[in-house]
Design a protein around this ligand. Structure first.
Ligand code: SF4
Length: 355
């Protein structure tokens, strides 16, 4: 398989719309995150969404726990730009109120609203407003009175039941997620769903843990599935700052060659006993600094001159540590320049600005 052509192997599925973002088929895989503020706290929630917007998020989800949270959406919408999804469990009134407040989509499992009339009411309102509903099947919350075990088959069966409830009401603006905290179950469930259904898939590994654990778990599952052409929108679920979720999602798509907008790539070595400079400090600072700079630059930050000049030649420019604890700066076709360790950050930030 030529992984440069992931888009060519993505199955043509139904396209759904969330605000101005199209999901499914040839549309770019979008990056989602979820606020961890109290949705009723309009100021903090809007501020968090704005910081996620600055980091490049495409869609943000909010938990709607009560009527006040559903009503707060109206003001939050006014203060923010990206499409918002209301996360609803069980209470159909919260879904109706969120739609009244101008939400762009819902995450709701219709089967959890036990009353058929109430389901009808929600679906009718969503249909009138041309909104999308995500069915979210999570291994942990699979109805154990029906499904004895959390298996990929049972997760897909559960999704199929929620879908049927909506299709019976002639509603097909559906997107589906099948998430388990287990990588293999997540992969199997999504592959099985893709074989049998034509709705777009929201990919993620649930309860993936703190930063390190989530990065490994989510990246393993997501990149495997995306390389099979499966997945139309993604979320890294990380215990901690949702900004990390956005950064991780954007980086994964960039590394898979699926995001074409200008961005700065930092290549840095793992360091070893030869290294006499603080590569981690310089690379971390520069990585944070360039987060929102829309330029296409590859920068190599290397620990020593053994591999440094070679890597720097492939990059647009780079630095390598010297035996006396300072740096040498390399740029294509130019003579290397010595830069002192005290000046390295200023020097690099200036170079990035001028590039
Ligand atoms: S570039 Fe130098 S310091 Fe970095 S890992 Fe390679 S040999 Fe070690």
């Amino acid at each position: 398989m030529d992984i440069k052509n992931i888009n060519d192997i993505r199955k043509k599925v139904k396209t759904v719309k969330i605000g101005n973002i199209l999901i499914g088929s040839d549309n770019p895989i979008s990056v989602q995150s979820m606020t961890n503020t109290d949705t009723r706290d309009i100021k903090s929630t809007a501020e968090q969404i704005k910081s996620l917007e600055n980091a490049g998020v495409d869609i943000v989800r909010l938990a709607v726990l009560d009527m006040d949270a559903a009503k707060a959406i109206k003001e939050i919408k006014k203060q923010t730009k990206v499409p918002l999804i209301a996360d609803i469990h069980f209470d159909h009134n919260l879904a109706l109120e969120s739609m009244k407040s101008g939400i762009d989509a819902l995450r709701l499992n219709p089967g959890n609203i036990k009353n058929k009339e109430k389901v009808k009411e929600v679906i009718k309102e969503a249909k009138d407003r041309n909104l999308t509903i995500r069915v979210g099947v999570n291994g942990g919350s699979l109805d154990r009175s029906i499904y004895k075990e959390v298996t990929a088959e049972n997760m897909v069966k559960s999704a199929a039941e929620h879908i049927k409830l909506m299709e019976d009401l002639d509603f097909t603006n559906i997107k589906v997620s099948l998430k388990s905290s287990d990588i293999k179950t997540t992969i199997e469930a999504n592959m099985l769903f893709r074989e049998n259904f034509n709705y777009p898939i929201h990919l993620g590994v649930t309860e993936a843990g703190t930063l390190r654990s989530s990065l490994i778990k989510s990246t393993s599952a997501l990149s495997f599935l995306i390389m099979q052409g499966i997945g139309d929108t993604i979320r890294y679920s990380i215990t901690g700052d949702p900004l990390e979720e956005v950064m991780a999602g954007k980086m994964l798509l960039k590394f898979l060659g699926l995001r074409k907008e200008p961005s700065i790539e930092i290549i840095s070595c793992p360091t070893c006993g030869r290294c006499q400079v603080n590569v981690e400090e310089v690379a971390s600072f520069i990585e944070k600094h360039v987060q929102n700079i829309k330029k296409n630059i590859t920068i190599a930050i290397m620990g020593c001159v053994v591999n440094g000049p070679g890597e720097a030649r492939h990059a647009d420019f780079g630095v390598a540590g010297t035996a006396d604890g300072n740096f040498i700066f390399f740029e294509k076709n130019n003579e290397p320049i010595k830069v002192s360790r005290d000046n390295i950050i200023d020097f690099l930030t200036k170079k990035i600005e001028e590039f």
